[in-house]
Design a protein around this ligand. Sequence first.
Ligand SMILES: [Zn+2]
Length: 202
Amino acid sequence: MNELIACPHCDLLTRRTPLPPGRKALCPRCGALLYRCRRRGIETALALSCSGLILLLIANLAPLLALQKGGMSQEVILWSGVALFVGRGEWLLALLIFVTLILLPLLRLGALLYVLFPLYYRQQLPYAAQIYRLNYAASPWSMLEIFLLGGLVSVVKLGEMAVIIPGIAAYAFVALILITAWADYALEPHDVWMRLRREVAG
Ligand SMILES: [Zn+2]
């Protein structure tokens, strides 16, 4: 635990010391936040990731939206939306929606569960550290932007065809965005590193 940490604000080097849960360490020179020890961060992120997976399932299987045109109404689920664009020959759009709304959220939640679930039981699966590093590197490119990108493009494209009424899956996506942001906040990356390293050493 005795490693040096640089202040992100003024670059002052201080020695890292263990903190009681819920406390944070501030830079002695400029007062910037150095790191914090979140209360039950891994447990919280784990619970949120599980809920996220259920929400993603709902988002994929429940009606995403209803299209209304000339008194007719048609419900569209995410997958049928992808199929719709494939059918119209808009491969790039279909691919964008598939990757941003299905594949990437699944990969990110899957990666978190893969790392955190064994860690909760003081275990570690192969490549957990690499997978966590990859997931962490991808996190500035957060799910919010990813969802918005895929969602906006499809809504604009579908809007050319008909009036759109959001369905259950659309609300599930909104909840998923909030839950993912919460999980990111609950997790202190340094905590995860320390625990991963400890499980390797022990
Ligand atoms: Zn400082």
